[in-house]
Design a protein around this ligand. Structure first.
Ligand code: SF4
Ligand code: SF4
Length: 319
């Protein structure tokens, strides 16, 4: 840990969709990062723990949203709660009414309209989050319970806890594995970040996803750059992506070839950079490019202009 007072840098690795190799890359960066707190913000499908193998230090419940509950002692069995629930979450058991928590969306309508005020509306446990220790540094991670929502709120909670931990223990960087897509959890992932690293593939869908997620970054005026993963599976597509980035003022941090060593490392729950391979050298260079990235204001504040129509003769294949 550093004694010097430094500004906290927050790097968030995202992708327009799942399956781009984002998490493997975050793990590979984790093995190289110094003085860093790691954060798995992909709370709907967390998997960074598979490689970082965290050992929990502190575990806490995540309370998100509310669930209605009938107090049978006060209930006069009028059935109004069942009538007003649009999610069919209230059941008539014959002997009284009860709410099925799995179906309750927590809208609160039944609670507000119950004539006897015979319903409680407690916060519900939607998952768990942890502060853990890995061989590379501390890690924050969480998992939503099946069917639970509020992942954006959980992401915000993890980020806040990561910042608090970093400030308290003197870490200078937070490296986050962000959620895929462009929905609420991604926006929560990007809030307050220093730099976004977008991972994509040289395919038609990869380019579409890049445009969408770059649009989100630009909307929030967040500096970002691109990593092209498995570039050699479609060299023409990679060249087209790089040309697109050049024309759009998007920094390309680097590109990574398809390499069986990445799979070999993952199969052993290791970061790719823990193996002494050529792939490691490529990722080290990529990590340095990201660490030294200092965006020009004109790039980060540039308005988003939708891309020109795709050129099917340049980007031809989906991986
Ligand atoms: S609305 Fe209230 S009083 Fe009526 S059945 Fe439901 S809980 Fe009972
Ligand atoms: S809180 Fe909303 S979803 Fe839940 S039982 Fe009441 S009306 Fe139905």
């Amino acid at each position: 840990m550093s004694d010097a007072k430094q500004e906290l840098r927050e790097l968030v690795v995202i992708s327009g969709k799942g399956g781009t190799g984002k998490t493997s890359l975050v793990a590979a960066f984790a093995a190289l990062a110094q003085n860093t707190v790691f954060c798995d913000l992909d709370v709907d499908v967390p998997d960074l723990h598979i490689i970082l193998r965290p050992k929990p230090r502190i575990s806490s419940p995540f309370m998100g949203g509310n669930k209605a509950r009938v107090r049978s002692a006060d209930c006069i069995r009028c059935g109004q709660c069942k009538d007003v629930c649009r999610f069919d979450a209230v059941r008539d058991k014959g002997t009284g009414y009860e709410v099925d928590e799995a179906l309750c969306e927590g809208c609160g309508v039944c609670v507000a309209l119950c004539p006897e005020k015979a319903m409680d509306f407690p916060e519900a446990r939607c998952g768990e989050w942890h502060i853990s220790q890995t061989r590379f540094g501390p890690m924050l991670h969480a998992a939503l319970a099946p069917g639970q929502e509020n992942s954006g709120r959980l992401v915000s909670l993890l980020k806040k806890e990561a910042r608090d931990l970093a400030k308290k223990e003197g870490y200078t960087t937070i490296l986050c594995d962000g959620s895929p897509g462009i929905g609420c959890p991604v926006i929560s992932s990007l809030a307050g970040a220093t730099v976004a690293v977008i991972v994509t593939e040289p395919s038609l869908s990869g380019r579409h996803d890049l445009e969408r997620v770059a649009g989100v970054c630009r909307h929030f005026r967040l500096p970002f750059g691109l990593v092209i993963n498995r570039w050699d599976l479609n060299p023409e597509g990679s060249a087209a992506l790089e040309a697109f980035c050049r024309d759009s003022g998007i920094t390309v941090f680097g590109r990574i070839p398809f390499d069986a060593d990445m799979l070999r490392a993952t199969a052993q729950s290791l970061a790719a950079t823990e193996l002494h391979t050529q792939l490691r050298d490529t990722i080290v260079q990529l990590w340095q490019n990201i660490c030294h990235f200092r965006p020009a204001t004109s790039v980060t504040l540039r308005p988003y202009i939708p891309a020109a129509p795709l050129l099917p003769d340049i980007i031809t294949s989906s991986l």
